[in-house]
Design a protein around this ligand. Structure first.
Ligand code: ATP
Length: 359
């Protein structure tokens, strides 16, 4: 079992409240990813779960047992860091065996367990080498091996792939997904990388300023962000935001105006928004050069041609970037006006408090 329950967990560093009452239920076997901007408290929350930082207030409960007062080794967790923290003078075998030696397992059992883990991680040909001879990806596999060998209830990963190059990161992502499937263990993973979060997570927890902004399956966050923060954070390039005014509500949705154009967006027709400023959100990948229900004229300053797609970067005004992800075949020129068209059904609307009007 590896069930984790955080109940109104808080953390202060001096007068500074870094974690502001986080409540979260993580099921046994779930792969949960914490994302959020730098400084939002992802690593602190992970370190509190591990027992490396104490908890100012609230409960951390693993499999029904409150573990706040337990030291890290007694919590049944294993943590893998960005810096692999391997012992350079020890072989791969000894690095993986280290936690078992601390537990004083007998030699035959250690050999059996280390060889089993090395096989899973394709390190069986490397067991006698020192870490210095290994690639970054292999070193990280050794660090993961050292975590697996303890058979923890919960694995914690703090940006484990961020020291690797893009190609190796993609390989390791696939290996971690397979590992999760094979071990069926609970995994909590902190990352800056959207692709890692979207591809590996059963659920993503978006943190902002020490608080949970939204929790959901990756595509739920993509399609139904509950607020403007999550809308802008999930998705790459990020969602475009256009300042509009609500002019009417009806059964069809909310009618908005931007400059002299109007459109009815099929969202919850909340009467209190009429006459108020709203933020319209449209993802760059939903912008086309023709068709749709609404069109703007923008002047891209930069065009990036990536082969399969062309990305046009424009702006609607100061601090109002507008980006379009278009097919690779379009013939656009920088500094030449282009039409930016989109469907009402692809639009999101956010009220003055930044909360989404339900789609
Ligand atoms: P990043 O993505 O940059 O790693 P993060 O989301 O993991 O950031 P944390 O490292 O958890 O953020 O830090 C959250 C906040 O707590 C930051 O403002 C940080 O400066 C502060 N902080 C972290 N550790 C300490 C500490 N030991 N003493 C004081 N402040 C700390």
């Amino acid at each position: 079992m590896g069930q984790l329950y955080l109940n109104k967990v808080r953390k202060h560093f001096g007068h500074f409240e870094v974690i502001k009452g986080v409540t979260l239920d993580i099921k046994d076997g779930e792969f949960v990813v914490f994302v959020g901007p730098s400084g939002c408290g992802k690593s602190t929350l992970l370190r509190m779960i591990a027992g490396l930082d104490d908890t100012t207030d609230g409960d951390i409960v693993i499999d029904g047992e409150k573990v706040n007062a337990l030291p890290p080794v007694k919590r049944g967790i294993a943590m893998v860091f960005q810096s692999y923290a391997l012992y350079p003078h020890m072989s791969v075998f000894e690095n993986i065996a280290f936690p078992l030696r601390v537990e004083k397992l007998d030699e035959a059992r250690i050999k059996e367990k280390v060889e089993g883990v090395a096989k899973i991680l394709q390190l069986d040909q490397r067991l006698q080498q020192r870490p210095g001879l290994l690639s970054g990806g292999q070193r990280q596999r050794v660090a993961i091996g050292r975590a697996i060998v303890r058979e923890p209830k919960i694995f914690l990963f703090d940006e484990p792939l961020s020291n690797l190059d893009a190609a190796l990161r993609a390989d390791m992502r696939i290996e971690l997904t397979k590992l999760h499937r094979d071990l069926k263990a609970t995994m909590i993973y902190v990352t800056h990388d959207q692709i890692e979060a979207m591809t590996m997570a059963d659920r993503i927890v978006v943190l902002s300023g020490g608080d949970i902004s939204q929790v959901g399956a990756p595509l739920e966050l993509y399609h139904k962000p509950e607020n403007v923060f999550v809308a802008g954070f999930i998705g790459n390039p990020k969602m475009n935001f256009v300042p509009v005014t609500a002019t009417a509500v009806s059964d069809e949705g909310v009618t908005i105006r931007y400059e002299d154009k109007t459109m009815t967006v099929p969202v919850e027709g909340r009467a209190d928004v009429v006459g108020k400023p709203l933020t319209l959100g449209i993802r760059p990948e939903h912008v086309e050069l023709s068709g749709g229900d609404f069109n703007l004229t923008v002047v891209p300053s930069v065009i990036e041609r990536l082969g399969v797609t062309t990305i046009a970067y424009a702006s609607l005004g100061p601090d109002q970037p507008f980006c379009a992800v278009l097919p690779g075949s379009v013939g656009l020129q920088a500094e030449q006006p282009m039409a930016a068209c989109f469907k009402a059904s692809d639009c999101h609307l956010f009220d003055e408090a930044g909360l989404a009007l339900e789609r």
